[in-house]
Design a protein around this ligand. Structure first.
Ligand SMILES: CC(C)(COP(=O)(O)OP(=O)(O)OC[C@H]1O[C@@H](n2cnc3c(N)ncnc32)[C@H](O)[C@@H]1OP(=O)(O)O)[C@@H](O)C(=O)NCCC(=O)NCCS
Length: 150
């Protein structure tokens, strides 16, 4: 079973969020945790994917969206990204931004994030305006005969 959980700014992340972040990114707790909401996704009770969102310089920023290697390609990353975008939407975000490695930009582009620039280290700055966030999974689906459409 897949379950999602939110951790409010300043909550203890040591048991579930940090093990995922450390395994994927090689980084643990930092000063941003006091300002961020962290989303965690469990697969059958195992903390398998996480990401965070915080407010910075007039925009919501997403970061550290990662899935344990053995849990990839099961749509857990997609769920984390949707949770974070939903949080931004529910806070009436005007803009949501993130920095992505070049080879992951396509993952974020699927949900409408657009490439704006690339920094010296090769990280891609991506952005979506709040009004363009569209979390409706059915709207763009090509299956005309899906019973869910009726
Ligand atoms: C990127 C990452 C979060 C994807 O998580 P995941 O759970 O394996 O991905 P999902 O199963 O949710 O994939 C959902 C969709 O995105 C696509 N996708 C996944 N990784 C992708 C990539 N690197 N580029 C383009 N599309 C990608 C999948 O093919 C799938 O497409 P579909 O909707 O057509 O089936 C995961 O590979 C990861 O943790 N990478 C290392 C950490 C990282 O670089 N994070 C980004 C920095 S913030």
């Amino acid at each position: 079973m897949v379950q999602g959980k939110w951790f409010a700014p300043g909550e203890d992340l040591s048991a579930a969020v940090l093990p995922v972040r450390t395994a994927v990114f090689g980084r643990g707790a930092d000063d941003l945790d006091a300002l961020s909401w962290n989303a965690l996704v469990y697969q059958d009770g195992v903390p398998a994917a996480s990401g965070r969102i915080w407010w910075e310089d007039g925009a919501y920023r997403l970061g550290d969206i990662g899935v344990l290697e053995s849990y990839r390609s099961q749509r857990l990353g997609d769920l984390v990204l949707r949770l974070l975008l939903f949080k931004a939407q529910s806070h009436a975000a005007k803009e949501v931004r993130l920095q992505s490695p070049r080879d992951v930009a396509g993952f974020f582009a699927r949900l409408g994030l657009k490439e704006e620039s690339v920094d010296d280290t090769g990280l891609v700055e991506m952005m979506i305006s709040g009004e363009d966030i569209d979390l409706d999974t059915c709207r763009h689906c090509p299956k005309a005969s899906c019973p869910n459409r009726k």
